[in-house]
Design a protein around this ligand. Structure first.
Ligand code: NAP
Length: 311
């Protein structure tokens, strides 16, 4: 059933810095934007402890706090936010169709800001311990591992951030990385590896997880150079090996690359005229809160210009 007698001018799918900034700009342009923020609104920053690199916060700010501020700011100018997930879309005709909990909504322009989610290793024994010993979010689950030995897998900023954060709880944290070089920024790498409770193991990949009746007990690590194996003991593990875009519900509707990231055609426009995308759902290079926010602004301005030219 079509909700309301006319289509919304702009519907924003997804929250986070890109979505809220798009919402702020679209609201200030009097486009009466409606946002479907998802059941877990705010995106990945809701799982981030401290944001120290967003301009304007000289002493940093908590990720969730920053998302609350962004949402409040956009709502003050008229963004309507519903904490619901979009199930499917139909971009084959205009106004575009968007289905949420069985209800149909229509929009003249759509801005997709659904972001990305953590990737799991997918090795033997992992499924049994997802959320019960193995996690992808230290901020969410770190406190469960007080005085325990844990490992963090990955060599990027996420792994460094998770490892450093986890020293608040764990007695020992070992970073396990598959090669010698680290992708992480120098400052975050040094903060982690110089911490007295953090050890680093390079040239090691998790081959399988070990457990007993009480839960996770360790992992079998493999040296990718020669296939040799060793065991490491741990009662908790955090996987920080990157993210994948949340575009499953858009299959066949907009052009994506091989990894599922939405592709831009002109500026922030997707392969469908009138459908725009911003933030981590298109960006596998920068993936910063500040770049996502900037792109959200661009997408709202592009949508505004495009709508203007339709009449
Ligand atoms: P990332 O930079 O892509 O790093 C992923 C890491 O996981 C790499 O070291 C990679 O190894 C490793 N990896 C990938 N697949 C693996 C597998 N199957 N098995 C073992 N290791 C695997 O991802 P990220 O750390 O999540 O960071 C993403 C972006 O967010 C970056 O731009 C980063 O700067 C940003 N970020 C910023 C902050 C902050 O500033 N506070 C915090 C977190 C993230 P290789 O290096 O060998 O490929």
């Amino acid at each position: 059933m079509l909700v309301g007698s006319k289509a919304h001018k702009v519907i924003i799918i997804g929250s986070g810095p890109a979505g809220y900034t798009a919402g702020l700009y679209a609201a200030r342009a009097l486009l009466d934007p409606l946002m479907f923020a998802g059941y877990m609104s705010g995106g990945q920053l809701m799982l981030t402890s401290d944001v120290e690199n967003f301009p304007g916060y000289p002493v940093g700010i908590g990720g969730p706090e920053m998302m609350i501020h962004m949402r409040e700011q956009a709502e003050r100018f008229g963004l309507e936010v519903r904490d619901k997930n979009v199930e499917r879309v139909d971009f084959s005709e205009r106004p575009f169709g968007i289905w949420v909990e069985g209800e149909e909504f229509r929009a003249e322009a759509v801005i997709i800001c659904t972001g990305a989610e953590a990737i799991w290793l997918g090795v033997e024994g992992e499924d049994a311990h997802r959320g019960r010993g193995i996690s992808t979010c230290a901020t969410c689950d770190g406190a469960f591992f007080r005085d325990e030995e844990i490992i963090v897998i990955g060599g990027g900023d996420s792994a460094m951030e998770e490892a450093t954060f986890l020293t608040r709880f764990a007695s020992k944290v070992t970073i396990v990385h598959r090669r010698e070089g680290f992708r992480a920024s120098k400052v975050m790498y040094e903060r982690a590896v110089n911490h007295p409770n953090i050890a680093v193991k390079t040239f090691r990949q998790v081959k399988s997880w070990l457990s007993d009746k009480n839960g996770l007990t360790g992992a079998v690590l493999e040296d990718p150079r020669d296939g040799s194996e060793e065991e490491i003991s741990c009662t908790g593990a955090f996987i920080a090996i990157g993210h994948k875009p949340m575009t499953g519900f858009l299959e066949g509707e907009v052009e994506m690359d091989d990894s599922g990231y939405i592709m831009h055609t002109e500026h922030t426009m997707t392969s469908v005229a009138g459908v725009f995308a911003a933030g981590d759902v298109v960006d596998k290079r920068y993936r910063q809160a500040v770049t996502a926010a900037g792109m959200g602004c661009q997408a709202a301005m592009d949508a505004e210009k495009w709508l203007e030219n339709q009449h």
